[in-house]
Ligand binder design. Structure first.
Ligand code: GTR
Length: 332
């Protein structure tokens, strides 16, 4: 009799155990949402570090219910193609430069005009002002939810042919630009030949002489090894192009209002982390390029370059000229 009871209890325990595990599994698979974020840079690049921080905050604040998997190194595609996929909900998030995004939301060109910001501080004052939030919100009709801004320093020209000290030195050089009409216009205004091309193709295009150079900030010049094949870097700092994290509106609409709020706040809260990571990496990149013996030239002033780019401002619509005026008035 005792034996029967013991066996009965053991069997009962076993079943309770099994049913508990099953229940947990079921609950977990119902509640955990896994979303994907596409990033063009490698894992240790500061924007990717900012992405990881964003993902960490979302996971922490949703008690693990929402996991954002970051795919660095263009695993999910080059920027333009990724933005398209975000637009139709195949990818949930991406961190991109606003240059290619402007093809989907042309007003963003106003935020990447040459020599628009007086300083890095001025750019941050603008992005943290209602202007920044209006731009983030303006993406809804294009199918995106704008979440946050990341730092990207200033972009300057580099090439494999000659040092650039004047606008004339750029004449006839084939310069790669992002897939952005504004950037094509900018390079053409300086008398060079603009070649739009995905980021991942630039290294071999310079190496094989398909193009003479490109333009980017210290971190990208370094992390892509472009500095190895294009030794002349001129710090003309023609643009400050903010990075942006966007969500697919289709993906966001599937989440509760509360979760959407958590995601938006987490994105904003990841900015400080990225800005610090940016400053650190910018220094590492600059030191490494200088140690490599590259020929760095800093323009004594930007007047000549700035004047050559005035036609880009003249070509802006009245609405965008108004935005530019508002941006310039910030902090004055
Ligand atoms: C980098 C930016 C990338 C990408 C790249 C490019 O500075 O972080 O998102 O836009 O420039 O030139 O394609």
């Amino acid at each position: 009799m005792k034996k029967t009871i013991v066996v009965f209890l053991l069997v009962a325990l076993l079943f309770t155990g099994i049913s508990c595990t099953k229940k947990e599994e079921v609950t977990e698979s119902v509640e955990t949402v896994v979303l994907r974020l596409a990033e063009t840079h490698g894992a240790d690049y500061p924007t990717t570090q900012g992405d990881y921080e964003f993902a960490r905050l979302v996971e922490e604040r949703t008690d693990g219910r929402i996991k954002i998997e970051v795919y660095p190194g263009s695993q999910l595609g080059e920027e333009r193609a990724v933005i398209e996929q975000v637009q139709f909900g195949a990818i949930d998030f991406t961190r991109v430069s606003i240059s290619p995004l402007a093809a989907f939301a042309p007003d963003f060109n106003a935020l990447q005009m040459p020599y628009l910001y007086r300083s890095p501080e001025h750019m941050w004052e603008v992005l943290n002002s209602p202007i920044g939030d209006e731009f983030l919100d303006s993406l809804i009709p294009a199918g995106f939810v704008g979440l946050s801004w990341f730092d990207s320093g200033a972009r300057s020209f580099y090439n494999s042919v000659r040092p650039i000290k004047t606008v004339d030195d750029l004449s006839g050089l084939k310069i790669r630009v992002q897939e952005s009409a504004l950037m094509v216009g900018l390079v053409e205004a300086l008398g060079a030949v603009a070649t739009p091309m995905p980021f991942g193709e630039v290294y071999s295009a310079i190496q094989t002489g398909v193009i003479d150079g490109a333009e980017n900030n210290w971190p990208s010049y370094y992390s892509t090894s472009h500095f190895e094949v294009a030794g002349y870097y001129t710090l003309d700092e023609h643009t400050r192009v903010p990075e942006i994290t966007i969500a697919s509106k289709i993906s966001m609409d599937k989440l509760s209002a509360e979760d959407q709020k958590i995601i938006k706040q987490a994105a904003k809260d990841s900015m400080a982390f990225q800005i610090k990571a940016w400053a650190d990496y910018e220094k590492v990149a600059e030191d490494a390029v200088i140690a490599n013996g590259n020929e760095i030239y800093r323009l004594p002033d930007n007047a000549e370059f700035q004047a050559a780019m005035q036609p880009l401002y003249d070509a802006l619509s009245d609405d965008l000229q108004d935005v530019v005026a508002k941006v310039r008035a910030v902090g004055k």
